[in-house]
Design a protein around this ligand. Structure first.
Ligand code: GLU
Length: 459
């Protein structure tokens, strides 16, 4: 029995990492987290990032899933340097199988079929029955006695390698130096190391990432409601925010900083600081991170993205709004405060929350009454007083200037008595931004018009 352990020969080579998804379904943020970590590690070492589609399971692999993977990585901006499909490498797999058989490291084994018509032959690796020891970059030293594995199967036939064999031949021939993958693959590693040794190759460094769990601490899965990356795109998330969020699933920078651009992550990310315990996927945190990224995009991009989204949803909901971009420019702060993702704009349109920005509202007289106030003449007199304040303002006034003019009155008469009917006359809504913000956005003369029509309805 001999021990094996990683040697240091990889340290002087160019770092090569890979993302090796199987196109058998839509992948979620937990799956792409592996791509993010592999990508960041490669980039920060000036290395290569490979995308390898593991499509050897012919029944379950689908072109549409492969396309979805390409589409998602492309959108996220995780550009690969090389691309392979495992199914196109079968010649190479066969060559390595033949070599192993010729050298006596593997053998064709006669089998008694378990069911009628079953296989009578498979290819097995001659297990040296030893302890395999490797140092996982995240989990530390791991030692496994491989005796229990016996002479395990590496191919069903000379043209049908099983998963472990194809993975090892591919990683080896592609020069992969660091295998970053989910913890669910840790039990595959001893077998794969024995295959490396059988083909006379140095095995790579391993980094097994903690599982990603949902709020109920179950393994995150599409079946349990996790979304595909392309679904986040449709919901108006920003790719940089998703990368930022995924990078924090199992890693933290050890500082207060939580918002990172992808370039900042390339510098700050540290594979050796990844935690061992499961990482919880927290949609709320993702939304918060997205909100922060939305705040940081250039203003012109923010306005054009909002405009496009609102124009589309407005059209679908029979609103004929014009000058959407100039309204957004003026109401920028309102939007920033109220949205986490661009998809939130759809909800705002559907819930009639934006109409007042584009057209005078229908104001219900009842809604103009503050709390227990039943006397409409008092409501009208309070609104008239508020109007007098607004009338002293120049057309374009800032929120603070507006506040400074109105607040003394509100303090004297009662905040609700003044501010509530004023706000309702401008927006027609039970809930909306404060009246100072709304007047700033609408301008003084439009605000006065709206107050006047509310006053008219109170008569
Ligand atoms: N194709 C495997 C998967 O999708 C990954 C293999 C590996 O990373 O070694 O889980």
């Amino acid at each position: 029995m001999t021990d094996t352990s990683n040697n240091t020969s990889h340290q002087n080579k160019m770092v090569v990492t890979r993302f090796a998804p199987s196109p058998t379904g839509l992948l979620h943020a937990g799956n792409y987290r592996t791509a993010v970590f592999s990508y960041l590690y490669a980039r920060q070492h000036g290395g290569k990032f490979i995308l390898r589609i593991e499509d050897t399971d012919k029944e379950r692999s689908k072109k549409e899933y492969e396309e979805n993977i390409m589409d998602s990585l492309n959108w996220l901006g995780l550009k690969h340097d090389e691309f392979y499909r495992q199914s196109e490498r079968s010649e190479l797999h066969r060559e390595y199988l033949e070599k192993l058989i010729a050298s006596g490291k593997a053998f064709i084994s006669k089998e008694t079929p378990k069911e009628p018509g079953g296989r009578t032959e498979v290819i097995r690796l001659k297990n040296p029955n030893k302890k395999v020891k490797f140092t996982d970059l995240i989990r530390g030293d791991i030692e496994v006695d491989t005796t229990d594995l016996g002479d395990f199967v590496i191919a069903k036939s000379i043209t049908e390698p099983i998963f472990h064999f194809a993975v090892v031949v591919d990683d080896y021939t592609m020069g992969v130096t660091h295998i970053v993958r989910g913890e669910d693959h840790i039990s595959n590693t001893p077998r794969q190391i024995l295959i490396y040794e059988a083909i006379g190759a140095q095995y790579p460094e391993y980094a097994h990432l903690p599982l990603v769990l949902d709020a109920k601490r179950a393994k995150l899965s599409k079946r349990r409601g996790a979304l595909a990356i392309t679904e986040y795109r449709a919901k108006g998330f920003l790719p940089a925010a998703l990368i930022n969020y995924m990078s924090l699933m199992g890693w933290n920078p050890g500082t207060e900083q939580e918002i990172f651009s992808t370039n900042e992550l390339v510098k700050a990310f540290d594979l050796s600081k990844v935690q061992k315990g499961g990482a919880i996927f927290d949609e709320k945190k993702l939304r918060w991170i997205n909100k922060e990224h939305v705040r940081r995009i250039p203003e012109a991009l923010f306005i054009s993205t909002c405009t496009e989204r609102i124009a589309q949803t407005a059209h679908a909901h029979d609103r004929s709004w014009t000058h959407i971009d100039s309204v957004i420019r003026k109401a920028k702060e309102i939007f920033h405060e109220r949205m986490d993702t661009f998809g939130d704009l759809d909800e705002m349109v559907k819930n009639n929350e934006l109409d007042y920005l584009f057209e005078p509202p229908q104001v219900s007289t009842d809604l103009l009454k503050w709390k227990n106030q039943t006397d409409l003449t008092i409501v009208a007199s309070n609104l008239t007083k508020a109007r007098e304040c607004v009338a002293t303002l120049p057309e374009s006034s800032t929120k603070d200037e507006i506040k400074n003019i109105i607040m003394p009155l509100a303090e004297k008469i009662g905040r609700g008595e003044i501010l509530w009917p004023l706000r309702v006359s401008l927006t027609g809504l039970e809930k909306s931004p404060d009246p100072f913000t709304v007047i700033e956005v609408l301008g003084t003369s439009e605000s006065l018009k709206r107050i006047d029509s509310a006053l008219l309805s109170l008569k």
